[in-house]
Design a protein around this ligand. Structure first.
Ligand code: HXC
Length: 259
C-alpha cells in the first residue's frame, strides 16, 4: 500500500498490521489527505482476512497534535460542513478488526480523539493527552466531549475540555483512558504484545466481541444484553466455536480457522 502521509505494513507480525502516521514535521497533524489515506488503509486491512489486529501509531514525539490547524484556519461553517470530514471518522468506527493505538508524545485534539476511536491505547510514559481546541477558539469535534467523558468521567473530561489542560500518561492510566503505560522505548513493543494476544484469539469472536462492547455506549442495558446475546448465539455457527470447545475437552491448543 503506497501512501504519502502514512506508512502501512500489513503482516509486520503474524496477523498484525502497523499503520504509522507520517507527517513528522507537522507533529502528524491530521490533514484531510492523511485522514483519507487512513480510512482507505483501515478499510483495506479490515477486508484482509489475514489481519486480526491493527496497531496505529505516530512517532516518539507525537501520536498526532490534532487536526491540521493551518488547513482549517480560513474555513467557514459551510466549508467545514461541505468537507464533511467526520464521515471518514465514521468509516474508521465501522472497522470490525480490533485497533490498538500506540501513543508516544502528543495526542491532542483530533489526535486524542483518534486514539479514543481505537479499541485500546498503549501509552509511552511520555504521552500527553489533551483536548486543547478551546485555546484556538473552538471545541472538540470528533468525540472529545463524548468518548472522553465516557472514558474518564464528567469532572476530568470537563476540566480538560474547558481549560485545554493536558494529562500525562500516568494520569490517563489512572483515569481509565489507557490500557497500559510503559517506558518510552517499549511502547511499540508493548502494543505489539497486546496485539498478539488479540490476534491469538478466534477472529470472528474477536470482531463480534468488539462490536458488542462498543454497543454498550449506544444502548440501554436491556438492549445491549439482547445485542450481546445475538452475537453470542451467532458464534455457535462458527467452526472456531467447535474447534475451541473440542480443543478444551481434548486438552490441546485450538487451531483457529477464522470461519
Ligand atoms: C498544524 C501543527 C499542529 C496542528 C503542531 N503543528 N500542531 N500544524 N496543525 N494541529 C506544527 C507547528 O505549526 C510547527 O510547524 C510544528 O508542528 C512543530 O510544532 P511546535 O508548536 O513548534 O512544537 P512545540 O513547541 O513542541 O509544541 C507542540 C504542541 C503545539 C504543544 C503540540 O504544536 C500545539 O499546541 N499544537 C496544536 C495543538 C492543538 O491545538 N490541537 C488541536 C487542533 S484542533 P512550523 O512549520 O510552524 O514550525 C482539532 C480539532 C479536531 O484537533 C476536530 C476533528 C478532526
Amino acid at each position: 500500500m503506497d501512501f504519502q502521509h502514512i506508512i502501512v505494513t500489513p503482516g509486520i507480525k503474524p496477523h498484525i498490521a502497523l499503520v504509522q502516521l507520517n507527517r513528522p514535521k507537522e507533529l502528524n497533524a491530521l490533514c484531510l489527505a492523511l485522514m483519507q489515506e487512513l480510512v482507505s488503509a483501515i478499510e483495506a486491512l479490515d477486508q484482509d482476512e489475514d489481519i486480526r489486529c491493527i496497531v496505529l501509531t505516530g512517532n516518539q514525539r507525537a501520536f498526532a497534535a490534532g487536526a491540521d490547524i493551518k488547513e482549517m484556519a480560513g474555513k467557514g461553517s459551510i466549508d467545514m460542513l461541505k468537507v464533511d470530514q467526520f464521515s471518514n471518522w465514521e468509516r474508521i468506527k465501522r472497522c470490525k478488526t480490533p485497533i490498538i493505538a500506540a501513543v508516544s508524545g502528543f495526542a491532542l485534539g483530533g489526535g486524542c480523539e483518534l486514539s479514543m476511536l481505537c479499541d485500546m491505547i498503549v501509552a509511552s510514559e511520555t504521552a500527553k493527552f489533551g483536548q486543547p481546541e478551546i485555546k484556538i477558539g473552538v471545541m472538540p469535534g470528533a468525540g472529545g466531549t463524548q468518548r472522553l467523558t465516557r472514558a474518564i468521567g464528567k469532572a476530568r473530561a470537563m476540566e480538560m475540555v474547558l481549560t485545554g489542560a493536558f494529562i500525562s500518561a500516568k494520569e490517563a492510566y489512572a483515569a481509565g483512558l489507557v490500557n497500559k503505560v510503559v517506558p518510552a522505548e517499549l511502547y511499540l513493543d508493548a502494543a505489539f504484545e497486546l496485539a498478539q494476544s488479540v490476534a491469538a484469539m478466534p477472529p470472528i469472536a474477536a470482531q463480534l466481541a468488539k462490536e458488542s462492547v462498543l454497543a454498550a455506549f449506544n444502548t440501554s442495558l436491556d438492549e445491549g444484553l439482547v445485542f450481546e446475546r445475538k452475537n453470542f448465539y451467532a458464534l455457535f455457527s462458527t467452526e472456531d466455536q467447535k474447534e475451541g470447545m473440542k480443543a478444551f475437552v481434548e486438552k490441546r491448543k485450538p487451531e483457529w480457522q477464522g470461519k
